[in-house]
Structure formats: structure tokens, C-alpha cells
Design a protein around this ligand. Structure first.
Ligand SMILES: [Fe+2]
Ligand SMILES: [Fe+2]
Length: 248
């Protein structure tokens, strides 16, 4: 899908073209009942800012799309529930499913494949821990900072509270592990393809590959939203805030 999605586009047609849009919408709390509804109608039904939904959706599905950050009318804190839901989904749907599939495939009695020296399971467990640490640091440090930053733009009291908590220079928003976390999904896939040996092929081994591939694409898109929308808007607000401090 390369075209820019607009408010008039039909939700069902978009999901028909790219099934990952269904869990994307689910992370906003949108339930299935699409019929012929446009994006605008669905957003209105769920009280979702349509400009924010479109900005995130286009960033999510279209690598060539660059959101015009200075025109974004929503607060970066508005993205936090969506991002937290994405984290929960990644842990439950992808790590949960991949872990269960790996356990079945490599079961020493009933499994159909062999994992030499626990290479795949070991890599997967380390990766899962790293991902959980990343999500935890975003939820405990980055998101509260961004919520405070957003509140600082809404009232004098919010601004003073933010200054008291983080000082005039603010807090560094770290995104240095994103690249590594993305690379490791590809590495997991490569390790499975190259080093797993099977006595016979099963639906589980195919599902393992399909789930890993879906996870890779979903995670890439999640990171795009954080790096191309969340962090640039936060930086823009920080800049404005510093100007305000300087004028006081
Ligand atoms: Fe995240
Ligand atoms: Fe992240």
C-alpha cells in the first residue's frame, strides 16, 4: 500500500489490503463492526482524533510517508495508550505465540525438530528479556516524561511542575536500542532457517516463520511511529518550552 490514506477511505477496504491494520485499529480500542464505514466515521464513533489516527496509520503502513510534525494538532501524550497497547500485544501475541511454538517444535519427546545446544531457544529468551526491558524503560521513564511535557504546554501549573521534575533542559529521550531490537527479529528468523533440523515438516514450523515475519513488520512499524511521530513532536515541544523559559 503506497497511497496516503485519507479520512474518507473505508476501514474495511484498508484491512482487506493489509491485515496488520486490524490489530493497529484494535490498539485504539476499535472493535470490529466496519461494514462500509469510513475512517472518519469509525474515529468519531470511538472519540479518536482523526488527524492523529491518520498520521499514525500512514506512518505505520507507508515507509515513504513523512508526517508534517509542525502541523500535528495532537499532544504526544495522546499516543501513549496506543503505544502501551502495542507493547502488550507484542508480548502476548508474538512472544507468547513464538514461545509456545518453539516449545512444541523442540519438545524432546513429541517435537519434530532439533535445536542444537539450545541455540534458538537461548536467543529467543534473551531477545524477549531485552524487549521487555525496552518496553519497561519506555513505560516507566519515557512515557511519563512525555506526559509531563504535554501537560507543560497546557497550563502554567503544568509547566512549573515539569520544570520542577525535569529542570529547564529536560530529559534525554533514548531510542538507541530500536535498531538492535529490530535487527534481532531478522537474526531470529535467519537462525531458524539456517540451523533448525527437522524430521518432518509441520504446521507449527510454518506458523513459527509466519509469526516471526509478522512480528518483524509490526515491530518495524511501531518503531517508525515512535521515531517519526512521538519523538519529533516531543522535541518540538521541548524547544518551544525552552524558549518560554528564556523569555521568563
Ligand atoms: Fe515502544
Ligand atoms: Fe521503542
Amino acid at each position: 500500500m503506497t497511497n496516503i490514506v485519507t479520512a474518507a477511505d473505508k476501514m474495511a477496504e484498508l484491512i482487506e489490503q493489509d491485515s496488520l491494520i486490524l490489530p493497529f485499529a484494535g490498539r485504539f480500542g476499535i472493535l470490529m463492526s466496519f461494514r462500509d464505514k469510513s475512517i472518519e466515521t469509525v474515529c468519531r464513533e470511538y472519540d479518536i482524533d482523526v488527524s492523529m489516527f491518520l498520521c499514525l496509520l500512514n506512518t505505520y503502513i507507508n515507509r515513504a510517508y513523512s508526517p508534517e510534525i509542525s502541523e500535528c494538532r495532537f499532544m504526544p501524550s495522546d499516543l501513549i495508550p496506543f503505544l502501551k497497547n502495542s507493547h502488550d500485544y507484542f508480548l502476548e501475541a508474538y512472544f507468547g505465540e513464538l514461545g509456545a511454538l518453539l516449545a512444541r517444535i523442540f519438545d524432546s519427546r513429541t517435537g519434530s525438530c532439533h535445536d542444537d545446544d539450545n541455540l534458538i531457544i537461548g536467543f529467543f529468551e534473551t531477545y524477549k528479556r531485552e524487549m521487555m526491558t525496552h518496553f519497561e524503560s519506555e513505560e516507566k521513564e519515557t512515557f511519563p516524561y512525555i506526559a509531563s511535557l504535554s501537560a507543560a504546554t497546557m497550563s502554567d501549573a503544568g509547566r512549573e511542575r515539569h520544570r520542577a521534575l525535569y529542570g529547564e533542559s529536560g530529559k534525554e529521550i533514548l531510542n538507541d536500542t530500536h535498531y538492535e531490537l529490530e535487527m534481532k527479529i531478522s537474526d531470529l528468523k535467519s537462525l531458524i532457517i539456517r540451523y533448525v533440523t527437522c524430521k518432518h515438516m509441520s504446521a507449527d514450523i510454518y506458523n513459527l516463520m509466519f509469526t516471526a515475519a509478522r512480528f518483524e513488520r509490526d515491530m518495524h512499524n511501531h518503531i517508525q511511529i515512535e521515531e517519526r511521530v512521538l519523538i519529533p513532536i516531543a522535541r518540538m515541544i521541548e524547544k518551544r518550552l525552552k524558549n518560554t523559559y528564556a523569555q521568563q
